[in-house]
Design a protein around this ligand. Structure first.
Ligand code: PRE
Length: 378
């Protein structure tokens, strides 16, 4: 005979009430544990004890399904217990080697390196973020920008990391883990492409335009409409420089209006990109491990063992600690076929106990965990 749903639900309600009572009793004990740990300086997270507990509890389960389920359940319970303990102990209970600062240290002598030529969108991002009261200079490869910051020749660096139309700039991800640098801020630039020509030229004069492949792609309908041939060039600002040097009336460049100013070109037509939502996200990097108090995004990189559930358990740390995951990216691990390093962006601040909890456990679940930075996203 089928048991009536009402009857089953009444049973479940009773059991759940008992589970809740026991859970609260357990949390009271966790409170005692936190007090003990405070007085002895013992670390909150004890992976050995947790593993022993999981093994023992699995042994109590009567089916294979329940073994896994019980492990899952108690992983979460112990994570909650830790989160509670970190909250009781206050900030700094987990050792994260980052220092909170009220503002970034910037003055006229602060050396800031940006990627690309003068007039590039990285320069625009830099000027919008820092203003012009800095000592700016450029490097034409991502690696050079990052190395210049890592070795202290520049205090900050500005590079693009992501574009709304084309996605992640993967070289930057690889370079971020190769060097001891930190993301301290981000800045989003609305990328608006313009048609540039030599002074006095008109749109009708232009037969060929130079630009970065992205610039050409973003403006393809405009070029077609005007019967202009697109020619690929290393960068948008580089193309503007070339046109200015050539002084050929039929040659144009697709670049920013800033590039026109820098190289003395005329803006023949503004906003010729067909997608109006074309944004690039730039990161500001430093060789100091600092974060601003309003920081609300954390970027981490890690590797996990090549076994079932490894990534699931790692990501569960974010879920258990109510950390919203906003981006995940994977990059191949050199020398390991079909294995990957993961890059994850999360909402949070390094001062929050939930974040400390997640990071303490992540250190145990993953190898080569690197906090790439904690910065403000608007
Ligand atoms: O036994 C401890 O040291 C505790 O802090 C308790 C507890 C748990 O909730 O069971 C929580 C965190 C530790 O990582 C291990 C176990």
């Amino acid at each position: 005979m089928v048991v009536d749903l009402k009857e089953s639900r009444e049973k479940i309600d009773k059991i759940d009430r008992e589970i809740t009572r026991l859970f609260e009793e357990r949390m009271e004990v966790a409170n005692d544990v936190a007090a003990y740990k405070r007085s002895t300086g013992k670390k909150v997270y004890d992976p050995e004890r947790e593993q022993q507990k999981l093994d023992t509890l699995r042994g109590y389960a009567s089916t294979e399904f329940n073994e896994t389920a019980v492990e899952d359940l108690f992983r979460q319970i112990m994570s909650i217990s830790r989160k509670y303990q970190y909250q009781k102990l206050g900030p700094g209970a987990a050792t994260i080697p980052f220092q909170q600062v009220d503002a970034l240290d910037v003055d006229e002598d602060t050396r800031v390196v940006y990627f690309g030529e003068r007039g590039a969108f990285s320069e625009q991002a830099m000027l919008e973020y820092f203003g012009d009261r800095i000592t700016a200079f450029n490097k034409t490869t991502f690696r050079d920008v990052i190395e210049t910051v890592a070795n202290g020749e520049a205090k900050y660096g500005v590079v693009p990391i992501e574009n709304t139309s084309t996605g992640s700039i993967t070289d930057i991800y690889d370079l971020l883990v190769e060097h001891d640098i930190t993301i301290v801020a981000e800045h989003v630039v609305k990328v608006e492409q313009a048609l540039l020509g030599v002074p006095g030229a008109k749109t009708e004069d232009i037969k060929e335009v130079y630009s970065h492949p992205q610039g050409l792609l973003q403006c393809a309908p405009f070029l077609e409409e005007h019967g202009i041939q697109g020619i690929e060039y290393a960068s948008t600002a580089g193309a503007a420089k070339k046109v200015a040097e050539e002084k050929e009336k039929t040659h144009g460049a697709i670049a920013s209006t800033r590039a026109a100013e820098v190289f003395g070109l005329d803006v023949l037509q503004e906003r010729i990109n067909y997608q109006s939502t074309n944004f690039t996200r730039f990161i500001i990097i430093s060789n100091q491990k600092v974060f601003l108090k309003d920081a609300n995004k954390i970027s981490v990189a890690f590797e996990v063992k090549h076994v079932p559930g490894a990534l699931y358990n790692m990501l569960a740390n974010f879920y258990y600690n109510e950390m919203n995951l906003t981006k995940i990216e994977s990059r191949p691990l050199h020398g390991k076929k079909w294995e990957y390093r993961f890059f994850v962006d999360l909402e949070g601040n390094l001062n929050e106990s939930a974040v400390e909890n997640a990071l303490a456990t992540m250190h145990e679940c993953a190898s080569n965990l690197k906090v790439l930075g904690n910065f403000e996203t608007k």
